[in-house]
Write a protein that binds this ligand. Sequence first.
Ligand code: PNS
Length: 180
Amino acid sequence: MTAQRLRIAVYPGSFDPVTNGHLDLISRCAPLVDRLIVAVLRNAGKQPLFTAEERVEMLRSATAGMANVEVDCFDGLLVEYARRRGASLLLRGIRAISDYEYELQMALMNRRLAPEIETVFMMAGEAYSFLSSRLVKEVIALGGDVSGLVPPQVDAKLKERLPVRPPSGETSGCSSVSNK
Ligand code: PNS
């Protein structure tokens, strides 16, 4: 009898931090594969707010109930990491048409580098199609409410890390006093 190859998918990203949009994708993909490895990019060029260890920890706690989901971090080329892990699939989420060009470029480059690995796209849940880690950080820093958009422990960590910035002054350059 020939051993059946496990279907392993890697879901790569910065996850700085994980949002409920990421978790929605993870929970919809996990039943479709034998193992889903959520892979946090360690050296994101764009100065992450959280260390790779913190991002992994938040993801692990948010995916604790999902039996075939593993959280790891990686450096270097994604396809080399996927090969090392025996993955045949890369998972990416698409929110809006604006994501398409960047995702297409990455998928085609990854296919050129590793033709045996297929990128699969899943549409973001409609409730999260506007959501990004970057916007979540901006809203928190300005004192807005992101409950329901990130897990509660991520919300708490964000508030710790990003104390609300007070407005820059009573009268800013955009004073309500008219010059007319
Ligand atoms: O969540 P992000 O920041 O959009 O994820 C981008 C990520 C991590 C998927 C991408 O930057 C990546 O794969 N980086 C690893 C380096 C690499 O393989 N670069 C070539 C990709 S075409």
